[in-house]
Design a protein around this ligand. Sequence first.
Ligand SMILES: Cc1cc2nc3c(=O)[nH]c(=O)nc-3n(C[C@H](O)[C@H](O)[C@H](O)COP(=O)(O)OP(=O)(O)OC[C@H]3O[C@@H](n4cnc5c(N)ncnc54)[C@H](O)[C@@H]3O)c2cc1C
Length: 394
Amino acid sequence: MGAGPYGLATAAWLSAAGVPLRIFGEPMEGWHAYMPEGMFLKSVPSASSISAPEPGHGFADFRAAHGGEPVGDLYPIPVEEFIDYGRWFQKRRVPEVERSMVRGVRAVDGGFGITLDSGEEFLAAAVVVSTGLVPFAHEPPELRGLAAAGLTSHTCEHRNMARFAGQEVAVLGAGQSALESAALLHEAGARPTVVARARSVLFGDRPQADLPVTRPRATRLRKPASTLGPGWSLWAVSRGPAAYRHLPTPVRMRLLHSVLGPSGAWWLRDRVAGRVPVLSGRTLVSAAPEDGKVRLELADPGGGRELLRADHLLMATGYRVEVDRLDLLESTLRQAVRTFGGAPRLSAGFESSVPGLYFTGLAAAPCFGPVLRFVCGTGFAARQVAAAVAARSR
Ligand SMILES: Cc1cc2nc3c(=O)[nH]c(=O)nc-3n(C[C@H](O)[C@H](O)[C@H](O)COP(=O)(O)OP(=O)(O)OC[C@H]3O[C@@H](n4cnc5c(N)ncnc54)[C@H](O)[C@@H]3O)c2cc1C
């Protein structure tokens, strides 16, 4: 289920393993329906390929096929180009994608009963859930009063920031999504203010060279290159998702959020710093509607209080994996999935405690680490899933 990078890679590897399959979803929907126009990818071109068992399907191959110059770490990929790449990959490698949505999955004797939105029903021996991030969009409970008044939205709800032109928008968060949304709001004529718990907002450093191998040796030793960015901790988690799964649960959960802590890409700095007010080190004391507007009471590290009023509050509060929110799985099936902190416990082959039910992409990140939050994790995940499903069908 799903035709984003993870579903497409899984299908490519499953078909190469000789497993008969059907794949459902709208190709690259997560990117064209739930991310803002004008966005750039934070991941570099060499870490932005969807995995396939044969060569010739990477982002660089796509650019070459369309007459584009080779690009390196200094090239931020426009989201529109990445969507075109994903659709190109799908047409060439996974043309069998069926553009129907799965409406329901239930356990039946020896497998799963699937219902499509077309009304078709069929049986499957195994199901791979790769429905992406959107079902897990996190809305902090303390903002429910504002949400009920229609004064909040999550970043995944906006393709275009033009509707906020002329408005004051409080942007909650300090990560890439918060900082890029703030830049896009500002450029669309809105007046954003970033409100962050972090002591300061951080931006990455501009790479010293387009290709990691041409960086000075001392830099390479201090901060080795990895698909998640430079640095030893990123190198370790990007190289060892299988080992990550064996770490104690509290360590895994801590690393998942701390290894790639909130920060903006290097190229965002000039679009935010000095242009968008940032209230960092602020915790939310209360949030409530007042005269049709947002009223936030904030506490600063010195114990001071301040009020912020805005026309709208944009939650750049990320995503939290909770199997319970996947309502396309029938409730008895959901309850049968063993979880930790809401996320599914998975085997080395990405299988949950329900035999034949697999989870990949973000849903697998609490088990396998931050690499599963990014396109660069599709190779590891799709290989493992395909091998496990193929072994099962044998
Ligand atoms: C703002 C933002 C910026 C990001 N930038 C980067 C980046 O620079 N680099 C990077 O590597 N990652 C980035 N990511 C993470 C990226 O989104 C994921 O790595 C990747 O898209 C996950 O792929 P996926 O296939 O799991 O999910 P998605 O790409 O979200 O695809 C989900 C698929 O599931 C399908 N689907 C949903 N419901 C159903 C259903 N009921 N039945 C059938 N199909 C269904 C959809 O149609 C879609 O095809 C970013 C994420 C966000 C939110």
